[in-house]
Design a protein around this ligand. Structure first.
Ligand code: ADP
Ligand code: ZN
Length: 210
């Protein structure tokens, strides 16, 4: 199955991508994670992306389309994949079409704007491996320490309150039109984000069936 997860920043796409990954045993591919990893490694692509990302703006289409092309060519994508955070613009969606990729379903996680800022302020990420946590919804076993690698948990620079509003504006302007793009193809499924992650996960798995 080839899936896309849509939704505002902080809506919980990454968490739901993991849920689907475990349920269907297909890789979850996050362009945000790939870019952050490139930043940590100091690659040319990472350096190119940094200023856009830090400012809460989208990284240019040609850069992310290149990232996705390279990633989808890997063997583990043969039986399907979940795209988390791609596409984020109409040209990115058109690039997938041009690659001949037929998407089965697009799951759109809806969370009202008023709730986004509060959710994002609690988000933490492992400095070393990039795993994500939340002070309220997804706490690590030991405070401030990554369960997976014992790395330090920090706040992402672009999760700072002043950047969150910019990211939301970018989402409404550039990413939200994708709902209509995929709704026209008849493959859009809406999931209302719930207070409890488990409740959202149940709705996501149900959405995969219809
Ligand atoms: P979130 O989890 O908040 O949705 P991501 O980790 O997916 O955020 O993305 C963080 C940042 O990485 C974005 O604000 C943007 O700068 C960059 N980015 C990730 N995916 C894309 C994409 N498909 N197109 C453009 N920029 C992207
Ligand atoms: Zn870690």
């Amino acid at each position: 199955m080839k899936l896309i997860l849509l939704g505002a920043p902080g809506a919980g796409k990454g968490t739901q991508a993991e849920v689907i990954c475990n349920a269907l045993n297909i890789p979850a591919i996050s362009t945000g994670n790939i870019i952050r990893e490139a930043l940590r490694l100091g690659t040319e692509m990472g350096l190119k992306a940094k200023s856009f990302m830090d400012a809460g703006q989208l990284v240019p289409d040609d850069v992310v389309i290149g990232i996705i092309k390279e990633r989808l060519a890997k063997d583990d994508c043969a039986n399907g994949f979940i795209l988390d955070g791609f596409p984020r613009t109409i040209p990115q969606a058109e690039a997938l079409d041009a690659m001949g990729i037929i998407i089965d379903k697009v799951i759109d996680i809806e969370v009202p704007d008023e709730k986004i800022a509060a959710r994002m302020s609690g988000r933490r990420v492992c400095k070393d491996c990039g795993a994500s946590y939340h002070l309220e919804y997804k706490t690590p076993e030991s405070e401030g320490v990554c369960d997976a690698c014992s790395g330090e948990l920090v706040q992402r620079k672009d999760d700072a309150p002043e950047t969150v509003l910019d990211r939301l504006a970018v989402y409404h302007e550039q990413t939200e039109p994708l709902k209509e793009f995929y709704s026209k193809k008849g493959i859009l499924r809406i999931v209302e984000g719930q207070e409890e992650i488990a409740d959202t996960s149940a709705l996501t798995l149900k959405a995969l069936e219809d």
